[in-house]
Design a protein around this ligand. Structure first.
Ligand SMILES: Cc1cc2nc3c(=O)[nH]c(=O)nc-3n(C[C@H](O)[C@H](O)[C@H](O)COP(=O)(O)OP(=O)(O)OC[C@H]3O[C@@H](n4cnc5c(N)ncnc54)[C@H](O)[C@@H]3O)c2cc1C
Length: 562
């Protein structure tokens, strides 16, 4: 069985064909990741599915349950990655090894070396493809930028490894044969090879986590300019590079132009207020948009405020609830429903107004807080929105939202959107004579928010009170404040509203989720989490434990890290 596969991958020395198939395999590997999300979105198109999933009619198939739980397994040596990521990496490494090993069968003197060059170019091409913010992949396969950027990192690393293997093995061979000078003098384009590999190596060094996080702007501008240099150099090195560099370069240019048009050419006015104590800056953005819905729940934008940083673009999640969708008519054709499901509904107001909240953690956010003292209007530019949260989908009767610190911003938007949608469905249900039983039942919504300081609750007292009034249960944990003897205290809500119950100490998310599950044992649940890696890790564990034959729990996780 293995022999014919390997033989096929030899491609009789046709490295171009090998490169093409490797390219297709890599894209498929990523696209496969979108299947669960795509399936859930499509399922949402069918009212019958939506009705059923509010309350399970029958037990979950044991095989589906096994697979489902396996995808949420935590690996002891790699705890912060999901099983899905681990599977992706294993599949990627295997595929790369098989394509690389295939050429060894050629048994020529420089067996795999040219092939490694092709594999490096393929990786380079797909790495760029998955670094686009406005990518066809998002619209076709529901793969948002913050998800594809993960794949971009792996393919970028693959490109560097193959480029160094390609050059390094040739060099070793020439050193052994004592023909290094001859090769470089006789073939002047050769020198662009080591130059490309060096530039790619430099890019990897500058992208390493500690460098990226400490010197974000330097990393970003270096990354973009070095990638362009690498593309020029590789084309000087070989004529075969053009089909691998031109299409991604064109797509990247389209992405840049669309971002430029939306951002730089369309300055907006925003008003910002800094909270007492200078912890956070709240920004109100007013923006016109041209088609579809202005933004969906939990999405984020990149914002540039010249007064705080001339050429700096920082991501921030939209805090506000998504504007209501103009409902898709029940008589709409399937293609219309499909477009609405993928693009997040149709309609909405063309004048969008939403809020962002920045926690003041570094240079940009502090300068923003200073610039916004007094609440004056500032000129800003916005690129986006980006991102996709599945937990808003109508099919889940139970929605559990978990946030750590400022990670609550997208969660607030999702929380308010889910509650608004649920209230709307109830109104529609009671108004309609053919009301669907399940749709008229309110969705169960639970919010768990862990903060380090009790004062942070004041960032969102208005939204929290409103959510509680609409039926959501709010649990707040204060992790680092001085412990109180009575263990729980009340924090004032909006004026006249009852106070919030706050518990001191770290929340045990597994216990919290099991408690929620015990109250709603036969409901499928959507869990959304945004916070530090350890919180995402615990939530994933909780989701796995809470999935059983009576109900399936799904997770959408986000961390403020690109
Ligand atoms: C998708 C997403 C949504 C976010 N939403 C919010 C939000 O709603 N509220 C909020 O307070 N924070 C949010 N953040 C984090 C916020 O973007 C950073 O805290 C901010 O950019 C810090 O900039 P600074 O110069 O003040 O601090 P720095 O000390 O320079 O940076 C702090 C950290 O922020 C990251 N960072 C810095 N600049 C950028 C950049 N241009 N792009 C991406 N990451 C960067 C770096 O990893 C760095 O470690 C979000 C981040 C992401 C990725």
């Amino acid at each position: 069985m293995a022999a014919p596969v390997v033989k096929m991958l030899v491609f009789d020395g046709d490295h171009a064909a090998a490169g093409r198939w490797y390219y297709i395999a890599l894209v498929l590997l990523v696209v496969v990741q979108s299947v669960p999300r795509l399936a859930r979105r499509l399922a949402n198109l069918f009212p019958a599915v939506r009705e059923n999933s509010y309350k399970r009619k029958g037990p979950v198939n044991p095989l589906s349950l096994l697979i489902h739980r396996a995808t949420y397994l935590q690996l002891p040596f790699w705890p912060y990655y999901s099983t899905r990521t681990v599977l992706f990496v294993v599949a990627y490494v295997t595929l790369s090894a098989v394509f690389a090993a295939g050429s060894i069968q050629l048994r020529t003197s420089d067996a795999g070396y040219p092939r490694y060059g092709w594999l490096a170019m393929t990786n380079l091409c797909v790495a760029v493809l998955f670094a686009l913010r406005n990518s066809p992949l998002y619209y076709i396969f529901c793969l948002p930028f913050e998800r594809t950027i993960e794949f971009h990192k792996w393919f970028g690393a693959g490109a560097v490894i193959f480029a160094w293997l390609h050059g390094g093995l040739y060099l070793r061979q020439w050193v052994e044969q004592d023909v290094v000078d001859f090769q470089f003098n006789y073939r002047p384009r050769l020198k662009f090879g080591p130059a490309t590999a060096s530039v790619l190596g430099l890019m990897i060094l500058a992208s390493l986590g500690p460098v990226r996080r400490k010197f974000w702007e330097a990393f970003y501008y270096m990354h973009v300019s070095l990638f362009l240099v690498a593309f020029i150099l590789v084309n000087r090195h070989t004529d075969y590079a053009l089909p691998y560099t031109l299409p991604p370069l064109m797509l990247w240019s389209v992405d840049r132009i669309s971002r430029f048009v939306r951002g730089w050419l369309r300055p907006i006015t925003m008003s910002a207020v800094s909270y007492p104590g200078g912890d956070v800056t709240r920004i109100l953005v007013r923006q016109r948009h041209f088609w579809g819905r202005a933004y969906n729940a939990g999405q984020y934008v990149f914002i540039n405020v010249p007064r705080a940083g001339l050429a700096e673009w920082h991501p921030a999640s939209i805090v506000t609830a998504a504007p209501p969708e103009a409902p898709v008519s029940p008589t709409a054709s399937f293609p219309q429903k499909l477009v609405a499901a993928i693009c997040g509904g149709n309609g909405g107001d063309s004048n969008a107004e939403y809020e962002l909240i920045f926690k003041n953690v570094g240079k940009f956010t502090r300068r923003l807080a200073e610039a916004s003292v007094g609440g004056q209007k500032l000129t800003a530019r916005v690129d986006g929105p980006y991102g996709a949260w599945d937990v808003v989908a109508d099919s889940y009767g139970l929605v559990v939202l978990i946030a750590g610190g400022i990670g609550v911003t997208p969660i607030m938007s999702v929380l308010q959107t889910v509650l608004n949608n649920s209230a709307q469905q109830q109104r529609d249900g009671s108004a309609s004579s053919t009301s669907l039983q399940n749709k008229s039942r309110p969705r169960v919504v639970e919010l768990v928010w862990a903060v380090t300081n009790i004062e942070h609750v004041s960032w969102f007292t208005g939204e929290l009170s409103a959510a509680r009034d609409m039926g959501a249960r709010v649990r707040i944990y204060v992790t680092r404040s001085e412990m109180r003897n009575d263990h729980t205290v009340a924090v004032a809500g909006e004026e006249g509203a009852p106070p919030f119950e706050v518990e001191f100490g770290r929340s045990d998310l597994v216990c919290v989720c099991e408690d929620i599950k015990n109250s709603h044992p036969d409901m499928d649940a959507a869990v959304g989490v945004c916070g530090p890696a350890s919180m995402v890790h615990s939530t994933r564990d909780a989701v796995r434990r809470c999935s059983d034959r009576n109900s399936i729990w799904h997770l959408h996780s986000e961390a403020f890290d690109l």
